[in-house]
Design a protein around this ligand. Structure first.
Ligand SMILES: Cc1ncc(COP(=O)(O)O)c(C=O)c1O
Length: 417
């Protein structure tokens, strides 16, 4: 059996609760929104949390609420989700990049230290793929300079560093609840804040959004049902896998089946509109099970990484007291397209080109070698929580075989980095 790169689920009882919410007339507004916000804030360990239409909308509302003047310098990691620097630029801030480091793939604290200046107003760091970046070191640098710190926690619900959850280190954070994320409410997100007054302003910014109606609800239910169907292992093996194998080989700058970042995602289309009471119910329900699912993800990820560490470089947490959620298991492999194609042939579907070296998309005049390498080499391997340990072991053997056959194994090489 071939293994899909990822599994997308329809949130439990999504259709049934949708019908109930429409019949009761509380699809858009209702008490679950405040309940979800309070439970989320308590879980992250911050005074307030605000539901938002999407992660990117959350960042947009934060910028609307922080009062930064146009032209203020904002630093982002060069390796990340392009929507973030595009948004910074579209709001006429002065965008600057700092390179990533190769352990967590997050912003390199020493690169930030070199980049931060008198003109810096805010720093945005991303905890990529469920592994926190070196947030303690970054927070120390940022705080010493009196600069705002925003954490992109789109991937990192439930991850922590020491006693502190990702999202509780900065002045604010935003989370995404898209279908591939740890909490999936068929879109939406949450902003968490350290200052309750900022939370109030973010809430006001969001309240100006139009309410979503039944057409939106139906579209999201159908879209998510489709995603759940094609990533279901049975359906995947009955047709999707063959289609992927027959698809033309990837072009140099992106394979449309890589489910990576696509240029049209820069827009806010489909990412605005007020977060609903219905989605809040789904979110509350999933918060109850997230710890168990993250524990299973971690078990699978650590098993896969443990079996392959001698062959491949993996993204890994920065210390023993860092707890990751392993939303995606991430390896770095030279000859990415070739490895992905061979793995697909042996029944292992993978994902790549999700994050990018964003510096290449803007005229910065600077190069960021680690971000460039990460864009070239990052490959996400399947280790979803539904996979058994036997399936993980089988996938690990296939990957080891492909890496060895292509002469890319670092086993026996003196420098294992
Ligand atoms: C790292 C990162 N930041 C931000 C976002 C934007 O989240 P949303 O799609 O909810 O706007 C994403 C989406 O995948 C992401 O991966």
């Amino acid at each position: 059996m071939a293994v899909p790169r990822q599994r997308i689920h329809l949130p439990p009882a999504a259709w049934r609760s949708a019908i109930g919410a429409v019949l009761r007339g509380n699809m858009s507004e209702g008490p679950a929104i405040a309940e979800f916000e309070q439970a989320f804030a308590a879980f992250i360990g911050v005074p307030d949390a605000v539901t938002v239409p999407s992660g990117r909308a959350g960042l947009r509302f934060l910028f609307d609420s922080l009062g930064l003047r146009p032209g203020a310098e904002v630093i982002c990691s060069a390796f990340g989700y392009p929507i973030v620097p595009f948004l910074v630029k579209s709001l006429e801030f002065d965008l600057k990049f700092a390179d990533c480091e190769m352990q967590t793939l997050g912003m390199d604290p020493s690169a930030l230290d070199a980049a931060i200046s008198e003109r810096t107003a805010a720093v945005i760091v991303t905890h990529l793929y469920g592994i926190p970046c070196q947030i303690r070191e970054i927070a120390d640098i940022v705080k010493a300079r009196g600069v705002l710190l925003i954490e992109d926690c789109a991937h990192c619900y439930g991850a922590s560093v020491g006693d502190c959850k990702a999202g509780a280190f900065g002045d604010a954070a935003y989370f995404s609840f898209e279908t591939s994320k740890v909490i999936n409410t068929m879109g939406g997100g949450m902003v968490t804040v350290r200052d309750a007054a900022l939370g109030k302003r973010v809430r006001n910014a969001g309240s100006e959004e139009p309410q979503k109606g039944i057409a939106w609800l139906l579209k999201r239910l159908l879209k998510t049902s489709f995603e759940a169907t094609v990533t279901n292992p049975l359906v995947f093996n009955l047709g999707v896998y063959q289609a992927l194998r027959l698809a033309p080989r990837a072009s140099a700058d992106g394979d449309r089946f890589a489910s990576g970042y696509h240029g049209d995602e820069v827009s806010m289309t489909g990412k605005m509109g007020r977060y609903t009471n219905y989605q809040s119910r789904l979110g509350l329900q999933q918060m109850k099970h997230a710890a168990a699912r993250n524990a299973r993800r971690t078990l699978n990820a650590e098993r896969l990484i443990g079996k392959l560490r001698d062959h491949i470089h993996f993204q890994e947490p920065a210390g023993p007291d860092v707890s990751a959620n392993y939303m995606l298991v991430t390896a770095l492999v030279p000859k990415l397209q070739e490895v992905a194609a061979q793995l697909l042939r042996s029944g292992v579907d993978t994902k790549h080109k999700y994050m990018r070296d964003c510096s290449g998309m803007f005229e910065t005049g600077a190069t960021f070698p680690n971000a460039a390498r990460a864009e070239r080499e990052v490959l996400h391997l399947p280790a979803h929580p539904e996979m058994s340990l036997a399936q993980i072991d089988a996938v690990a053997s296939k990957i080891a075989a492909v890496i060895t056959a292509l002469g890319l194994s670092r086993q026996g090489q003196p420098n294992k980095e």
